[in-house]
Structures are given as structure tokens and as C-alpha cells.
Design a protein around this ligand. Structure first.
Ligand SMILES: [Zn+2]
Length: 76
């Protein structure tokens, strides 16, 4: 069985259960399970973040505006 080192889990998995990703440091293997788990986690976090934003609306809006302005100063 061919395995590859999963940089996410820090262990080897069968490559059939993995994806090869190109990163700044080169090609790396990561298991599909961890990729899917990260996706699901991000969606959960986004939903949670929206709820927090509603609770602290004025604070978050002023922060967001500063971030947007900073982005506009460096086009491209
Ligand atoms: Zn893994």
C-alpha cells in the first residue's frame, strides 16, 4: 500500500485517501478527511462569526471599515 505523509495530521495515510497540494514550500500531501473537516469547520465558524457580529454590530463595523480602507491604499 502506498502511503504519504499528511502534513495536517503529522502521520501517513494511503494516498487513495489523500490529495496532493501545491504550497509555497512545494508539493505536500493532505488527507481528504482533514480537508473536508476544515471546510465544515470554516462554515461553522462563519455562522458563529455572523452571530457574534450581530451582537457587537457597531464594534465590528468600525473595524471592518478600517480594514477596507487599508486595502484600498494598496491596489493590485
Ligand atoms: Zn491526515
Amino acid at each position: 500500500m502506498t502511503t504519504a505523509y499528511c502534513y495536517h495530521c503529522g502521520r501517513h495515510h494511503p494516498i487513495e485517501e489523500m490529495r496532493q497540494l501545491v504550497t509555497k514550500t512545494g508539493k505536500r500531501w493532505r488527507c481528504i478527511k482533514s480537508i473536508e473537516a476544515t471546510k465544515a469547520g470554516r462554515e461553522t465558524r462563519d455562522a458563529f462569526g455572523k452571530r457574534v457580529t450581530a451582537d457587537n454590530k457597531s464594534q465590528c463595523q468600525s473595524k471592518a471599515r478600517i480594514t477596507l480602507n487599508a486595502g484600498q491604499q494598496t491596489p493590485g
